[in-house]
Design a protein around this ligand. Structure first.
Ligand SMILES: C[S@@+](CC[C@H](N)C(=O)[O-])C[C@H]1O[C@@H](n2cnc3c(N)ncnc32)[C@H](O)[C@@H]1O
Length: 235
């Protein structure tokens, strides 16, 4: 993976990534509960045969080894827009499987071009970056990228049914400002700017309808904490 990264871009990435790591360490986005529920689900559903996984918006993939520890991860493919995050992902995933690809690409562009089918299509805290219409396309292409018995697994932030986007921003960021004590004022400001500029969560109903339209026949919510949800969609 060859990339050119300018110094300003590198510093911004590092600052944002360090803040995200703090959010994970403090469990502000319920990574602990989400990934414990995911690990238990995968252990029950997929522990017997080697599996292939497509991870969209994989970041540094730091939670993947633990999440899939009860499965035989045969092949892992991760897509992310951040070349720097993929450098860390390379280190992490190479310790779990020898067969993997990490590609610096927009997740929807990459998804529309995959030429194999996977047992699991997975995305964690990344789908909310797509527009509503791109999320609908995401479900259609995820369906195609799954084997007949494959499962789509999503961890993401979702709006409550009663919230529009701006109410969501005010509620989510108001809660963060009052409760995410480990973040400095500068970090809270940066998180707020990022969320208001780049996060477009949907309601669960929207995802459910998009999944149904794409062909998924069933779904289940495995964990839900505040605006954070883990759900699975079955072909
Ligand atoms: C909050 S991080 C989540 C990383 C990891 N999946 C996790 O759960 O810890 C969001 C990731 O999505 C990536 N991302 C955002 N928009 C993307 C897009 N359109 N295509 C690919 N990756 C994207 C970012 O670069 C970042 O690594």
């Amino acid at each position: 993976m060859q990339q050119n990264v300018n110094v300003a871009g590198f510093e911004l990435f590092t600052e944002n990534w360090l803040t995200y790591k703090k959010i994970i360490d403090e469990n502000y986005m319920f990574h602990r509960e989400m990934y414990q529920a995911l690990q238990a689900f995968l252990g029950k559903q997929l522990s017997t045969a080697p599996i292939s996984v497509l991870d969209l918006g994989c970041g540094d993939a730091s939670k993947i080894p633990c999440a899939f520890s009860l499965c035989q991860l045969d092949y892992y493919c991760g897509f992310d827009l951040s070349a720097l995050a993929l450098v860390s992902a390379h280190q992490t995933i190479s310790e779990v499987t020898k067969q993997y690809d990490l590609v610096c690409v927009d997740m929807l562009d990459g998804l529309t071009q995959v030429d194999k089918q996977f047992d699991v299509v997975f995305s964690s805290y990344a789908l909310h970056h797509l527009s509503a219409s791109d999320k609908a396309k995401f479900f259609i292409h995820a369906y195609t990228a799954l084997k007949p018995s494959g499962i789509l697994i999503l961890i993401d932030t979702l709006k409550d049914a009663s919230e529009d986007l701006h109410t969501y921003y005010d509620n989510y960021l108001g809660f963060a400002k009052n409760n995410w004590q480990a973040l400095s004022d500068v970090e809270i400001k940066r998180v707020s700017e990022h969320v208001r500029a780049s996060d477009f969560p949907e309601t669960f109903k929207y995802l459910e309808n998009a999944a149904y339209f794409a062909g998924f026949v069933n779904n289940a919510t495995l964990a839900k904490h505040q605006w954070h949800q883990l759900c699975v969609f079955y072909k």
